[in-house]
Design a protein around this ligand. Structure first.
Ligand SMILES: Cc1cc2nc3c(=O)[nH]c(=O)nc-3n(C[C@H](O)[C@H](O)[C@H](O)COP(=O)(O)OP(=O)(O)OC[C@H]3O[C@@H](n4cnc5c(N)ncnc54)[C@H](O)[C@@H]3O)c2cc1C
Ligand code: FES
Length: 338
């Protein structure tokens, strides 16, 4: 596992995108892979916090841009209100595996709900520009037209790449004259597009889904059922409401300590923890900074591989079955033993 480094970056611009979201640009000669995210480290109410934001801009510009949905009383949303152009913010290296698997991926199906459009924008723009054989279908759902982030850019892309980009905008709280476009993106809607030969699942090189967990899991399972290979379906979650805290879940675990050995950037570190300890806190108390961001099993910043011994994850919303079989785990909610 590699160390997580943070850099001081100047805010280039902060602009209101919709009533409930903003776009923020940072000055940085950038080389991320489209679909990746950065982590932002900031202090609010005397607490050092980290949040993850997908990069919506294309790589190799002299800036990176993120799009942030405002969350009522959300720590980062509150932090943003105190920021202005030229202020310095701590940003990590780009990370994440919500990326195009191959340079030859021509046929893409992109599915986004709300702010889930941010990583999709980077994939969309760069693929259309770099690969003139690409054919992309974008399914994008929002509550209303006014809530749509990046609507102008998407319209411009549609105009520019008329024959290579097909866009369907769904609204759940605004009636459109085409009945099919009303409501959220569901299995039935994909089936409708498939039956009408508007998308060809057999011919897909990769499908990206970024939205709420119920939509993501449902569409992922539909695509698998219809024969799309698991490796061609790439998903990302921004938020999962959790009912129980780790403390509640672990109350009944056995006592007893295990020795943990971590290999970070080639250097081996070790500490003792019991099943009820929080892995990241325990490591920190022992002078080890484990890379992490969402703290909820979604971003994969804390992904690593168990090379010996046994360990169990309490939270996982983004590791695929094949990764778990190969021994990959998230450290964020890991406890030793089975
Ligand atoms: C891989 C990854 C990429 C992400 N990319 C983006 C991005 O591009 N744009 C973006 O806006 N966000 C993105 N997020 C979400 C982001 O990291 C934060 O979780 C989010 O902005 C909330 O942070 P906050 O500090 O404002 O709210 P917090 O202080 O963390 O939360 C305040 C309250 O709001 C709830 N809450 C948090 N998020 C949501 C939500 N989305 N919907 C409803 N309730 C919520 C919390 O449970 C809590 O009760 C991403 C997350 C991940 C894991
Ligand atoms: S910190 Fe997000 S999955 Fe581990």
């Amino acid at each position: 596992m590699a160390k997580q480094a943070f850099y001081d970056l100047k805010i280039n611009s902060i602009k209101r995108e919709t009533a409930g979201s903003s776009r923020i640009k940072f000055s940085l000669p950038d080389s991320h892979k489209p679909g990746q995210y950065i982590s932002v480290r900031f202090t609010m109410k005397k607490e050092v916090l980290t949040r993850t934001y997908s990069i919506s801009s294309e790589p190799n510009k002299n800036f990176i841009e993120i799009g942030v949905k405002h969350i009522e009383s959300g720590m980062f949303s509150e932090f943003l209100k105190t920021k202005k152009v030229e202020d310095v913010v701590q940003i990590s290296n780009p990370d994440g595996s919500f990326v195009v698997n191959s340079e030859n991926a021509n046929r893409l199906l992109l599915i986004a709900a709300g702010s889930g459009i941010t990583p999709i924008m980077s994939i969309l723009k760069s693929t259309l520009r770099k690969n003139n054989k690409s054919r992309i279908t974008l399914l994008y759902s929002n509550k209303t037209y006014a809530d749509m982030m990046y609507k102008t850019e998407i319209q411009d892309l549609k105009d520019k790449y008329l024959d290579r980009l097909l866009v369907f905008n769904f609204f759940s709280r605004e009636i459109q004259s085409t009945e099919f476009l009303n409501g959220r993106i569901t299995q039935d809607k994909i089936a409708y597009l498939r039956d009408g030969n508007l998308i060809d699942l057999e011919d897909l090189d990769q499908c990206f889904i970024c939205g709420p967990i119920d939509m993501t899991k449902s569409l992922q399972s539909y695509l698998k059922d219809k024969g799309v290979a698991e490796r061609k379906i790439t998903t990302e979650l921004f938020f999962v409401a959790t009912e129980k805290s780790i403390g509640d879940i672990t109350q009944n675990l056995e006592k007893g300590e295990s020795k943990i050995e971590l290999l970070i950037d080639g250097s081996k570190k070790s500490f003792l923890m019991s099943k009820n300890d929080d892995f990241i806190d325990k490591a920190y108390q022992n002078g080890i900074n484990v890379p992490h961001s969402c703290k909820n099993g979604m971003c994969a910043t804390c992904r690593c591989k168990v090379s010996s011994g046994e360990a169990k994850m309490r939270k996982n919303y983004s590791l695929e079955e094949w990764e778990i079989k190969k021994g990959f785990v998230f450290l964020i909610s890991l406890h030793p033993g089975v």
